[in-house]
Write a protein that binds this ligand. Structure first.
Ligand code: UDP
Length: 329
């Protein structure tokens, strides 16, 4: 299938592009390279360098590549930044997404797989969180993704666009080949930050909040391997092509790890102690986010290949060790 992947030079997007190629699909990337990396796009995969704010660039990419479906990863993704700069999140994630949908309507492309997030739920009232859990995002990032899910439903009614929204829990790890991995500037995610501390690229890890209502006082998250997320996108786009109805699925392993536990597992992976300090809470962070991914398993047939946190961190460690400067020189 020919699939246009927005944000295909970013972290989850690039892993999905690699897996699409491996599965025999034909992806092309649409990315403004503001966060993404040209080097993350496999050789031979077309790269349309453009922004979601640029309607003409979207029209051109769709007209020239003529995709049968779109996977939409492009957007702003940091919880903390969304609290201090909500305008950026609503503009990029909602206005940018609307430009994409309108371009799809004009081009007659009717299937889209959308990168959503566990942040749509907010503070959970039930754990593990099922898809029908109340949606009460605690930050603008989660709100922007939830609004876009609602927009997708309206675009189906009005324009016949079918969508699958995949609500990721905590994307982590790197491609087992060691060729691509996570490279954000600035880095805000826990596992790469922990590994940067191992490499001496930062003095220590700051644990954001030790007074949460959890066993050890630190936040609990459900870490899911980036290649397992990629696999779910492929299952979703194939399901849409087979006529599956629009839907939303959680993607996680159903097992939560506290920040302290992540540091412990990372210490075992790298074989040395990792310096950390206790700091205040980060705005917008719910205490616990753990997925029920039963629906993805039963409906899409999703089976994570790397469900174990030790393995997830091992793949990330390989990438960081071999590419201490990420995609940079
Ligand atoms: N975290 C932390 N120190 C850091 C970065 C993150 O304690 O330097 C915590 C963060 O508060 C959250 C968890 O680690 O509870 C995972 O954060 P991350 O930013 O990786 O993902 P998010 O949950 O925001 O999607």
């Amino acid at each position: 299938m020919r699939i246009l992947v927005t944000g295909g030079a970013g972290y989850v997007g690039s892993h999905t592009v690699w897996e699409l190629v491996a599965a025999g699909h034909e992806p092309a990337v649409f990315d403004d390279l503001s966060k993404g990396h040209r080097a993350a796009v496999p050789e031979g995969v077309p790269l349309f360098e453009g922004s979601l704010a640029d309607r003409a660039a979207l029209d051109e990419a769709l007209a020239s590549f003529q995709p049968e479906a779109v996977m939409h990863f492009a957007g702003s993704t940091q919880v903390g930044e969304s609290v201090t700069n909500p305008g950026l999140y609503f503009r990029n994630n909602i206005c940018g997404g609307l430009n994409l949908l309108d371009a799809m309507v004009r081009a007659g492309v009717r299937n889209i797989v959308f990168s959503s997030t566990a942040a749509v739920y907010g503070e959970p009232t039930a754990v593990p969180i099922p898809e029908d859990h109340p949606k009460a995002p605690t930050n603008p990032y989660g709100e922007s993704k939830l609004f876009f899910e609602a927009i997708l439903r309206r675009y189906e009614t009005a324009h016949g666009i079918r969508s699958i929204a995949l609500r990721y829990f905590n994307a982590a790890g790197a491609h087992p080949s060691g060729r691509i991995g996570e490279d954000h500037t600035p880095e805000t995610h826990l596992i790469p930050i922990v590994l940067q501390a191992v490499l001496g690229q930062r003095d220590k890890v700051t644990v954001f909040g030790t007074d949460y209502p959890t066993e050890d006082g630190t936040c609990i998250r459900d870490y899911v391997h980036v290649c397992d997320l990629a696999a779910a996108h492929i299952l979703a786009v194939e399901a849409l092509a087979d006529g599956a109805p629009s839907d939303a699925f959680n993607l996680g392993n159903g097992k939560g790890f506290s920040v302290r536990q992540v540091i412990d597992v990372a210490e075992r992976v790298v074989g040395k102690p990792i310096p950390y300090e206790e700091g205040p809470r980060r705005a917008g962070d719910p205490a616990v986010l753990v997925a029920s991914s039963e629906k993805a398993r039963t409906t899409l047939g999703w089976r994570p290949a790397y469900p174990d946190l030790h393995t997830i961190i091992e793949t990330a460690w390989r990438w960081h060790k071999e590419h201490p400067n990420g995609y940079g020189a």
